[in-house]
Design a binder for this molecule. Structure first.
Ligand code: DQQ
Length: 575
């Protein structure tokens, strides 16, 4: 977009944003660093700006909202501050795409304009009703700072871009009851319909109990709170951005949110404000009583399964009827440090959209970047059956290592040398920081050194390590940001990690796909069983000075088959 056009839109944003006096008396769910302006960082912003991840030209973004498909167009809404690179003045920004790769920014779909949302338009979801009628649910912040649930409908449903939205006068559709916490009541889900009744959830908290409040409606207008929440769990704190949907028992096809029957299980995902991590459970949903019964082996609490063990929050899924799949988007959330925000000037990206489906083992979900992303692949390099002995490191040359897609399989000839697993190692992240990529092991650590400077002053290693427990092997996947940047002040550099539930006795192979994009490394271990997104801010390993290596620091020799591509930028990324 030419500068003048951008300026016009920007001024328009600013115009309506003065109407909103954000965060006044409302329990904030994001830290706000007053005084930091996007201009502060213009000098360095290009260094870490991503090439093919979703982002607006500038300013702060957080949660993906609503996603949906309508008349040939994918719509992604997202929480956006039109006035700066920190959280505040939140509107529903709106972008549209025909391929999930190229995005065109439209004017914000929803912004504070009515008494029921004058202090903010917070997260929510879209539902496409029978007859192809989209409706948005979102949380409005009222003049007293209370969180209330509203709806909006397209002003002109013949416009596939759905540029304008109307907020009917019968809003709000749900307010917190007398005994409910009015500043912990937000983020309505996509609605689902079974037996003539619509249902939707709203996230909440009572003391430290996280709650998914359940609402029902016959006509989609009048919503009544059910006596019992769909689910609640003590000691989990506020449940932000709940997501509830069916997954097929067999195969990878997605299910419409209202699908129900013997061939589906259900997923309930919540984002924990207290930890800034998400977790999900698998379970069985009984619509007649609106009961959700979590599977016995699904951990229901802070230690539960995660879509992603790294920078990933406030995610939201939707059913894509074109390709019969469920697509998941997450916000690759920032570290909560002011220096970090200063360094970016623009802040926040969405992850690459992922297809999500049930693992055939029915104990967890699987995720994989949508196939469309492969259209951005260009220059290709392959390594076939390369042996990596203890201490070996080979460079993957001739691709743009700062903007790449890497798909690698590690074959392990022999597992005998695996280190013993101490059963007290229950925290993957702690184990990763104890046994980093340079700590010699038996089987592993082996993996990739991404965003590495030539002399390895900086690198983000993504690697496996295999242990031998009493009855099986335990596999750890790490994405360790500790060595990612020479900058030490104001950067949060965690050793993100997750265990990988694979049976190595069947096939002694581990696969890893990493999408590298300047300041983000999105990794999918073992075909999407364990995913980790790291936001990193190198100072040397940037642009042409970024390198990619495969390495092995374990005594067992590992055989590597690798395919890597330079990634092109989409033609249009909201610009
Ligand atoms: N972000 C929104 C809230 C939500 C939180 C505000 C999650 O609606 O609970 O921007 O990141």
């Amino acid at each position: 977009m030419e500068v003048s056009k951008f300026l016009l839109i920007y001024l328009f944003f600013c115009y309506f944003c003065v109407l909103s006096n954000h965060n006044n008396g409302v329990e904030a769910s994001h830290k706000v660093y007053q005084g930091l302006k996007s201009k502060t960082a213009v000098k360095v912003k290009q260094l870490h700006r991503t090439g093919y991840h979703f982002q607006p030209p500038r300013n702060w973004i957080n949660d993906p909202n609503g996603p949906m498909y309508y008349k040939g167009i994918y719509h992604l809404f997202y929480q956006y501050n039109p006035k700066g690179a920190v959280w505040g003045n939140i509107v529903w920004a709106h972008s549209v795409s025909k391929d999930l790769i190229n995005w065109e920014a439209l004017e914000p779909a929803i912004y504070p304009s009515k008494p029921f949302d004058i202090k903010g338009c917070w997260s929510g979801s879209a539902t496409v009703l029978p007859g192809n009628k989209p409706v948005i649910f979102y949380t409005g912040i009222d003049p007293q700072g209370k969180q209330i649930q509203n709806y909006a409908i397209p002003s002109n449903s013949s416009d596939p871009y759905l540029r304008q939205w109307t907020k009917p006068t019968d809003n709000p559709i749900a307010v917190a009851g007398f005994k409910m916490n009015k500043t912990a009541f937000r983020d309505p889900t996509t609605a689902w319909k079974i037996d003539e009744h619509w249902r939707m959830l709203v996230g909440g908290r009572r003391n430290q109990r996280g709650i998914a409040h359940l609402y029902r409606s016959r006509d989609f207008k009048k919503w009544t709170k059910a006596q019992h929440p769909l689910h609640s769990v003590p000691n989990t704190g506020m449940w932000e951005c709940p997501d509830f949907y069916p997954v097929a028992l067999f195969g990878e096809a997605g299910q419409n949110t209202s699908a129900f029957g013997p061939n589906v299980k259900h997923v309930l995902k919540v984002s924990l404000d207290a930890t800034r991590f998400e977790y999900y459970t698998l379970g069985e949903y009984f619509p007649s009583r609106d009961k959700y019964v979590v599977d016995m082996d699904s951990i229901d609490g802070r230690d539960g399964l995660r879509y992603d063990y790294g920078n990933f929050y406030a995610s939201k899924s939707f059913f894509d009827p074109v390709k019969d799949r469920r697509i998941l988007w997450g916000w690759a959330n920032e570290s909560d440090t002011p220096q970090d925000d200063v360094s970016k000037g623009w802040a926040g990206i969405q992850t690459i959209p992922r297809k999500v489906w049930l693992d055939p083992n029915r104990k967890q979900l699987l995720q994989w970047p949508v196939e469309e992303i492969e259209t951005l692949r260009s220059q290709n390099v392959r390594l076939s059956e390369k042996k990596l002995k203890l201490g070996d490191r080979i460079e993957v040359e001739e691709i743009t290592a700062a903007q790449a897609d890497v798909d690698v399989t590690f074959s392990i000839p022999n597992l005998d040398k695996a280190e013993p697993f101490d059963p007290s190692w229950t925290n993957a992240q702690e184990l990763c920081s104890l046994k980093g990529s340079s700590v010699q092991g038996g089987v592993g650590p082996f993996g990739l050194l991404t965003l590495a400077s030539q002399k390895l002053e900086e690198y983000t290693p993504v690697f496996f390590r295999v242990f031998k427990a009493q009855y099986k092997h335990v596999v750890l996947l790490c994405s360790d940001a500790r060595s990612s940047s020479l900058r030490n002040i104001g950067l949060y550099k965690p050793s993100f990690a997750g265990f990988v539930d694979v049976d190595l006795s069947e096939k002694k192979q581990l696969s890893l796909r990493s999408l590298i994009d300047h300041s983000v490394v999105e990794s999918f271990g073992a075909g999407g069983k364990t995913c980790i997104t790291s936001r990193v801010y190198p100072t040397l390993a940037v642009f042409g000075d970024a390198h990619l290596f495969a390495f092995n620091n374990g005594t067992e020799t590992i055989i590597v088959d690798l395919n890597a591509w330079s990634m092109r930028k989409p033609n249009k990324m909201n610009n």
